[in-house]
Design a binder for this molecule. Structure first.
Ligand code: ATP
Ligand code: MG
Length: 256
């Protein structure tokens, strides 16, 4: 069996009287693609945030690469190899794709943002790293356009590329296809597939689009009202009567 990379045990998180997440456990093995699904308000984002360190859980534990990170700040987890899409606020719409990625790489390298003071050798190294990320997400042709001018899907791909700038082992994506048109969704799906196939990365994503989830994920966790309703392979999940009833439009499952 492959290595356990991330493990959540009995995680709980409440907001005032709302039990957003209750007793949620999850295992993510190195080299796998994992999805979290569930209806609106099921607790997916809250749980996801306890994994990334954006929130600390009130109950349970989270371990990553064998270390307990339940109360570790996000930047420690990033240093240990956890990558996540940046908050919207840390992408700069007025900067070009290239500049956004350069900022991501420089902050990952603990440098401040200071293009003009880089030596020629440092600049060449930075260029190489940016080019690699651009090639990976297929944004080479628009590298020097401001992010704000690009289609939604390209902006999303830039965010994914930024999450790679810290050279993670695990990539966490919360609804990477949200709001995208069909063609853009396909581009993001193929990039996620390549993260796994070409870079050997482990992926955990939250997603509403069932077609995407069933075609991409090897392991699916279904949350409902803050709890785990089911965990299994796409085949197991699509055959699960409780899951169908709680969440999945029957017609969607039958067409997959
Ligand atoms: N910061 C917060 N303060 C108070 N309540 C919150 C907060 N964040 C989430 N909640 C509540 O916790 C529950 C779970 O919300 P969460 O955003 O985790 O669900 P979700 O599964 O991600 O939903 P969606 O599919 O809409 O993104 C909801 O009842 C929500 O209203
Ligand atoms: Mg959410």
């Amino acid at each position: 069996m492959s290595d356990l990379l991330l493990e959540a045990k009995g995680v709980g998180k409440r907001f005032g009287g709302v039990h957003a997440v209750e007793d949620v456990s999850l295992r993510v093995y190195a080299g796998s693609i994992n999805a979290i699904i569930g209806p609106n308000g099921a607790g997916k984002t809250t749980f996801f945030n306890t994994l990334s360190g954006f929130y600390f859980p009130d109950a349970g534990s989270v371990s990553f690469t064998g270390a307990d990170v339940t109360r570790a700040p996000s930047y420690d987890r990033v240093r240990m190899g956890m990558g996540r899409t940046f908050q919207t606020s840390s992408v700069f719409p007025e900067l070009t794709v290239y500049e956004n990625l350069a900022v991501g790489i420089e902050s990952a390298d603990n440098l401040s943002f200071r293009f003009r003071t880089l030596s020629r050798a440092q600049r060449a190294t930075l260029d190489q790293k940016v080019d690699r990320l651009l090639g990976f997400v297929g944004l080479g042709a628009v590298a020097h356009r401001p992010l704000a001018e690009l289609a939604h899907g390209s902006q999303r791909l830039c965010e994914i590329a930024m999450s790679l700038s810290t050279e993670p082992k695990l990539v966490l994506l919360d609804e990477p296809m949200a709001g995208l048109a069909q063609a853009e969704t396909s581009r993001v799906v193929s990039v996620i597939r390549n993260l796994h196939a070409e870079l050997g990365l482990t992926v955990l994503f939250v997603e509403h689009n069932m077609r995407v989830v069933l075609s991409l994920a090897q392991q699916i966790t279904v949350l409902d009202r803050g709890r785990v309703l089911a965990t299994g392979t796409p085949t197991e999940i699509s055959a699960n009567a409780e899951v169908r009833e709680a969440y999945i439009g029957k017609e969607v499952i039958e067409h997959v």
